[in-house]
Design a protein around this ligand. Structure first.
Ligand SMILES: [Fe+2]
Length: 335
């Protein structure tokens, strides 16, 4: 009897994908070293004139800062649970005529993987797919007790978009992402709608944010923030104090989100986007989860350290000058 392979479209890939690594390009390696090593308390695995590589668990590399002018994310690594799941995603890319290429050798080693498949995702952000992280048994030397990773991945990313429907379709059609919930937040002059997508039991691996009506993108970078999950409340509080005493600005001081109930703060990184350190988000029980809607991004807290209006106009979501200019710039979508 011959066994026929299940068509890629019919396989359910929910649960098979997790955020695995981030590749960032910056000229400010010394400031990045201070933030990640001394502030957030990660393990510095490797450093040279050209790069910094950090660990938060037994993966050889989780955050890689490569010297270069982008001051932005230049690759997001997504780990697939096995070769069959990876092949199913590649088949779905083939069906849609989306190009990808194999990355190996030194390029892959820099990312802490044996090889990966690279494609240009929504908004032009490179998406890198792999199954085999390089692991290391060497003990971690960190200022923090641990980070929560495992089958739910290393955290989440939030992305602003002028074409949120395309972003959602990309993650839903290719990775069987599920909608966890939505939050609408009134901003000065605009309404922001955020959709939270999960790829596994983590409440969200992706948040896609868009202005309602006229679509603006006030964020310069591909990713508005990267979230990492601290193991304990003490880890969160200690990292907050260290970042403050090192002089890093809090984009949002400690507060709590209404949907995943994560306690978190957002520190402004040397490249201008934010890093959120969180603690104790809920995980989703698939048997009883119902998507819902909220009308504020925070239950309490998350206040900016610097309240000045002028300051708000040059940083983050309040940058309406950049938002207005974004009207003239098309946003790429592969789907
Ligand atoms: Fe977040």
């Amino acid at each position: 009897m011959t066994k026929t392979a299940t068509p890629a479209a019919e396989v359910d890939l929910f649960g098979a994908t997790r955020l695995g690594y981030v590749l960032i390009e910056s000229e400010r390696l010394e400031a990045w070293r201070r933030l990640l090593l001394q502030g957030l308390g990660l393990h510095l695995e490797a450093e040279s004139e050209q790069e910094l590589a950090f660990r938060i668990d037994d993966h050889a590399r989780r955050l890689i800062i490569r010297k270069g002018p982008a001051e932005d994310f230049v690759g997001l690594g997504w780990q697939l649970s096995d070769a069959a799941a990876l092949q199913a995603v590649l088949a779905r890319l083939d069906e849609r005529g989306i190009a990808y290429r194999l990355v190996g050798g030194e390029e892959a080693a820099q990312r802490g993987v044996s090889s990966c498949w690279r494609l240009i995702g929504p908004k032009g952000l490179p998406i890198e797919l792999y199954t085999q992280p390089i692991l290391t048994p060497r003990p971690l030397r960190m200022l923090t007790s641990a980070f929560v990773t495992g089958a739910e991945g290393m955290g989440h990313v939030a992305i602003t978009s002028k074409r949120p429907e395309k972003q959602l379709r990309f993650w839903q059609e290719l990775f069987d992402a599920r909608l966890s919930d939505r939050i609408s937040q009134r901003m000065p002059g605009a309404m922001l709608d955020i959709s939270f997508l999960r790829l596994n039991a983590r409440h969200h691996s992706l948040a896609i944010a868009a202005t309602r009506g006229l679509r603006l993108d006030p964020i310069r970078t591909q990713v508005q923030h990267l979230n990492l999950q601290a193991a304990t409340l003490d880890d969160l509080a200690s990292a907050f104090r260290r970042c403050r005493s090192l002089g890093f600005e809090m984009a949002h001081e400690i507060g709590q989100h209404p949907n995943d109930l994560e306690l978190s703060f957002y520190v402004l990184s040397p490249s201008g986007f934010e890093i959120e350190l969180g603690w104790a988000p809920i995980t989703v029980d698939e048997s009883r989860w119902q998507p819902s809607s909220y009308n504020a991004i925070s239950l309490w807290g998350h206040k900016p350290q610097n309240h000045g209006l002028a300051h708000g106009a040059i940083t983050n979501l309040g940058n309406f000058g950049r938002g207005a200019r974004s009207l003239l710039r098309p946003e790429y979508s592969p789907i």
